[in-house]
Ligand binder design. Structure first.
Ligand code: ADP
Ligand code: MG
Length: 694
């Protein structure tokens, strides 16, 4: 029997189990995956430029023959080798140089024909290519896939060559394309002027010309956007259909709460509270995303929404990403809420409480005795059942996956949902990602906040940074020193943080009281340290990224970030948001020596901007959307070639088409949408399928 598109790649002629493993490592498992394994770039090999015409500073593809080769040892560092190969064509010659790849010496036999791709540079008075990518040209076999055309260049699975991969992909295109049905309905394709699937796949791999390549790219990008938008639009329409709760949004309790606050709400806060009230008053369930920069005061907005739900007898689940943050919210919200009505019952549910306590709180939640439960992802566990869940708040939502986000609402009957994030993003992108949500924005900080003064020091000037911190401490303020342990699991990094803590404690900061906190400590130890810091029993908190999100201690005015190059830009901004929360001037000091362009761009952005929207924009530019949102969490890993930043128009079109289609066929039952439905369901795990169709 013939293989299907879903068969494993190992059954393809020329692959086999061993090579299949290399493919699998790159996520290529099925034959279809191979078709969708797109080139990372192309080379126009229809005409090669003559070597005599090469100019300094440009990138070229040349075709040339190896004339001679040599190898040096570097004088400066032993064990550092340089391979130098002279190559030439009929017009002239040029040197190609590779560093530290001694095994290449065997490869470059004199007389060998090569295609080389790289930047031409001036060195010691002559032109050379540094570490060009190269490929052998065979004299025997048919070279039609490799030269004389626009040639695809792939990221290579381990141990395989470009030539081999081209051959395999060509084979798969020839053999399997007929099995491939275009799942995009014809009228969408024709309205949007899209190439059909088979031709797109051929031309993304082996374009007839650049124009065709462009069309293929456009069609396949559209496809990605469309498949990304469709589930969002379906979810939204499903939710709108159902009747949720009409909350009573006015009343004494809310007014008393607002009057009792130690500050006045900002106009921006008032505006989003109105938006939330209007949602909550209406029967359809609220699906709202609240964006606001670090420190803009989202918590109090969420608390007001909470009170609205509670006053009508509903329960509220408030989910946050870390236990430290859960405890902080628990204590702040309890204080504020109980100040206006002391019969409201608030519970805390985190993984680290003991079994007995857990059982107790499960029971209270189930019987409706708890009005508000604040917790971590422990809230989404099976055993948590609510009596009448009326509102869900998810704080710092970027720390949760899409799947996790979807689980909580299932615990009620169409509860209202408020999702909050401190990583604000441009509006169009917000729609891409959160197409199933309405968006509110808090676009100002409470009055009186000063911009955090941000500086960068090199490691060797570290002591200057410490002096700034010490000056703050002597004024009675507190400081954070952050050490990069990105995943909280790298034992070595934690050891590093401990070591630094011990050194600082007995060295630079010996006149002060220091505490250490990291994710591997027991929960009660973390809490104890946090509490001590809050109560000013500690002056300095040495910490890993556990305090990245949400922590709110106004007396902390200085943050030092060690090895700042290891943090992403948005993460640095989040960290910086831990200071500058009071009225005193605050400092954020980045320690870093790293010089790569990416790191420099991040540091510069931090020094230049204090505004989270600007920072997010820069971060997006530097990293691209996939990395920015976290591929897995956001589902953006589905976007392999489409780029929301550069293809905004196409994205909008895809979204419009998705809306149109869902409007006409909300369950994807029409004949022309059958393939599409199949394709869509293929992409989702069982438990999520129902939230989309059905
Ligand atoms: P985030 O939006 O980062 O979650 P928080 O809700 O933690 O910000 O608020 C940051 C701090 O600002 C808190 O201490 C909070 O009490 C305070 N705050 C919130 N709203 C106001 C306001 N309108 N005026 C003054 N301070 C405020
Ligand atoms: Mg917050």
């Amino acid at each position: 029997m013939k293989n299907s598109l879903q068969s494993s790649v190992q059954y393809i002629k020329g692959i086999g189990p061993k090579r299949a493993k290399s493919f699998n490592k790159l996520g290529i498992n099925t034959i279809e995956d191979l078709l969708y394994y797109f080139p990372r770039r192309y080379e126009d090999r229809t005409n090669f430029i003559s070597i005599s015409r090469l100019q300094e500073g440009q990138i070229y593809t040349i075709k040339a023959q190896v004339l001679a080769k040599g190898e040096h040892q570097s004088f400066r560092r032993r064990g550092f080798s340089i391979i130098e190969v002279a190559v030439g064509d009929s017009s002239g010659k040029i040197f190609c140089v590779w560093f530290n790849q001694p095994y290449l010496k065997e490869y470059f036999k004199v007389g060998l024909n090569l295609i080389l791709y790289g930047r031409v540079e001036q060195y010691a008075g002559r032109l050379q290519m540094n570490s060009p990518e190269f490929e052998m040209v065979s004299s025997k076999s048919d070279e039609s896939l490799n030269i004389g055309r626009i040639t695809p260049i792939y990221s290579l699975p381990q141990g395989l060559t470009q030539r081999y991969l081209r051959l395999i992909i060509k084979y798969v295109l020839d053999e399997y394309l007929l099995q491939l049905n275009d799942f995009l309905p014809y009228d969408i394709r024709s309205r949007c002027n899209l190439l059909n699937l088979a031709r797109s796949l051929i031309n993304i791999h082996f374009p007839d010309n650049l124009e065709r390549q462009n069309e293929a790219y456009r069609r396949l990008s559209f496809e990605e956007f469309f498949l990304f938008q469709l589930p969002l639009v379906l979810r939204k329409s499903k939710k709108k259909e159902k009747t949720g709760i009409s909350h009573k949004v006015g009343g004494e309790l809310i007014n008393a709460f607002i009057e009792g606050l130690p500050f006045r709400l900002t106009p921006a806060q008032e505006k989003v509270i109105e938006e939330i009230k209007s949602d909550m008053a209406k029967p359809p369930a609220m699906q709202r995303l609240l964006q606001g920069d670090v420190g803009s005061g989202k918590t109090v907005v969420a608390t007001i929404a909470t009170l609205i739900a509670i006053q009508g007898g509903h329960q509220v689940a408030f989910m946050v990403p870390t236990e430290i943050l859960a405890r902080q919210h628990y204590s702040v919200v309890s204080r504020q809420v109980l100040g206006v009505r002391d019969d409201i019952k608030i519970g805390l549910l985190i993984s680290s409480i003991n079994k007995k306590e857990k059982e107790k709180i499960y029971k209270e939640i189930k019987e409706g005795k708890v009005d508000l439960v604040i917790g971590t992802h422990a809230l989404i566990e099976e055993s948590v059942k609510f009596k009448h869940l009326g509102l869900i708040v998810i704080d710092e939502q970027h720390k949760f996956g899409v799947g996790q986000r979807a689980l909580l609402p299932a615990k009620g009957t169409n509860p209202d949902v408020l999702i909050m994030t401190a990583t604000p993003i441009p509006r169009t992108l917000a729609i891409t990602l959160y197409g199933d949500l309405d968006v509110s924005i808090i676009n100002e900080l409470p009055p009186g906040r000063l911009a955090v003064k941000t500086m960068q020091f090199s490691e060797k000037n570290k002591s200057q940074a410490y002096e700034i911190a010490k000056a703050q401490l002597r004024l009675g303020s507190q400081a954070y020193i952050v050490y990069p342990v990105i995943e909280e699991s790298y034992v070595l990094d934690i050891a590093g943080a401990k070591k630094m803590y011990n050194e600082l404690k007995s060295g630079e900061f010996k006149e002060f009281k220091l505490g250490l906190i990291h994710g591997r400590l027991k929960q009660n130890e973390q809490d104890e340290t946090m509490l001590k810091f809050k109560q000013k029993e500690l002056d300095v908190l040495v910490s890993t990224t556990v305090l990245e999100v949400g922590i709110d201690i106004a007396n902390a005015t200085c943050m030092i970030v060690e090895s700042a190059e290891r943090f992403g830009l948005s993460q640095l901004h989040q960290l910086r948001g831990r200071v500058g929360r009071g009225r005193q001037e605050s400092f954020c000091i980045l320690l870093s020596d790293a010089e790569t362009p990416q790191v420099k761009a991040r540091m510069e952005a931090m020094l230049k901007y204090n505004d989270g929207f600007r920072i997010a924009e820069e971060d997006l530019k530097i990293r691209g959307p996939g990395e920015f949102f976290g591929r897995r969490q956001s589902g953006l890993s589905e976007l392999k070639i489409a780029n929301p930043l550069t293809q905004m128009q196409l994205l909008k079109k895809a979204r419009e088409e998705a809306i149109k289609l869902v409007h006409a066929d909300p369950k994807l039952e029409m004949r022309q949408n059958v393939l599409l439905k199949e394709k869509l369901l293929q992409r989702f795990p069982e438990h999520e399928k129902l939230t989309i169709v059905g």
